[in-house]
Design a protein around this ligand. Structure first.
Ligand code: LU0
Ligand code: CA
Ligand code: ZN
Length: 324
């Protein structure tokens, strides 16, 4: 990236080039579509990886979301790594081949391109988190995308109503164009009245955690989450965390959040989902800005974890012994 504080990180133009390369080199199993645009007009892309990628087949779908928060650049590198792993591995690795043949995998490699560009374009990191949407009546810019989702939005002191806050929830649910674009994309995957996406991961940094809903409450079994549904999240989250060495826990064990993607994906769309907080564990190891020299190691670290999620995508409840 030009004028980036660390050129080892991928900027938006480079990311779009990589997407183009992947879908060109692997045209049978990879397709990209523009699902919408950011506030400043940058493309938000979805990359689909599956056999017969041009056809919507009746296969369980899995969603990967990256970079809701601008400064969490390692998550974009995670998307790049996944695209390469799943396409280069096809025909080479039996497990990857079987998963690509039997699932439809959606990777949204950067859902907050305005924020990411703003954070890296100034020669020094700006420590930016939100999108770059102005707020009426305020000089403060940005909505926290991960507080703007339409499930119990602003319910529980897990976000802020002040435009100047890092966790500003926006003026209304889905007031952020980027959230509206992703939510509309997910809703578009309801086919014949059934949500085709069975499971998802929203990638963040940092702290090395695997988190599951709900975030708005400390409660485990609450309206919208039965004991079996909670136990499924806990068992699958724990199994996944054993693969990458992250700490598995309920989202609210970290702190209460409301209007998060994880609560909406499960609460509104019944998609079993996890939020990964990637490397590092703490600020001393670089916080939001670890050197790009860690990218290969810390993205490869999640390969097995992602493959385990894909293994269970046909029926996540199988992890607790439930029937299909
Ligand atoms: C998913 C929640 C519980 C944690 C996340 N932490 S982050 N990635 O913003 O530091 C956030 O505050 O949105
Ligand atoms: Ca397919
Ligand atoms: Zn984040």
């Amino acid at each position: 990236a030009l004028a980036s504080p660390d050129p080892g990180y991928t900027d938006h133009a480079e990311l779009l080039d990589i997407v183009e390369e992947v879908v060109t080199e692997h045209s049978g199993i990879a397709r990209s579509t523009v699902i919408g645009t950011s506030y400043e007009g940058r493309d938000i892309v979805a990359v689909k990886i599956s056999d017969n990628a041009a056809t919507d087949e009746d296969q369980p779908e899995v969603l990967f979301v990256h970079a809701q928060h601008a400064r969490e650049h390692l998550t974009v590198e995670m998307a790049v790594h996944l695209m390469h792993m799943l396409t280069d591995g096809y025909g080479e690795d039996a497990r990857i081949t079987e998963l690509v043949d039997s699932r439809e995998i959606w990777i949204l490699p950067n859902v907050n391109p305005d924020g990411s560009e703003y954070d890296m374009a100034g020669g020094t990191w700006r420590n930016w988190r939100k999108n770059r949407q102005p707020n009426a009546g305020s000089r403060s810019v940005g909505t926290d995308l991960n507080r703007n989702w339409d499930y119990r939005w602003g319910c529980c002191n897990g976000s802020s109503g002040s435009p100047s806050s890092a966790t500003y929830r926006g003026s209304a649910p889905e007031s952020a164009p980027e959230v509206r674009v992703i939510a509309d994309f997910v809703r578009s995957r309801v086919v014949g009245g059934e949500q085709q996406i069975t499971s998802a991961v929203d990638f963040h940094t940092y702290s090395e955690l695997v988190l599951w809903p709900f975030g708005y409450t400390y409660g485990e079994v609450v309206p919208g989450m039965t004991r079996e549904e909670y136990d499924t999240h806990e068992a699958l989250g724990t199994y996944i965390a054993q693969a990458n060495g992250y700490t598995p826990q309920q989202s609210s064990d970290l702190y209460i959040t409301d209007g998060s993607i994880g609560d909406w994906l499960w609460g509104d769309q019944r998609i079993v989902n996890f939020t990964f907080e990637m490397y590092p564990r703490n600020a001393r190891q670089g916080g939001f800005y670890p050197p790009s020299s860690v990218i290969e190691r810390e993205t490869a670290r999640n390969e097995e974890a992602v493959l385990r999620l894909l293994d269970y995508a046909d029926c996540p409840y199988r992890i607790v012994g439930a029937q299909a």
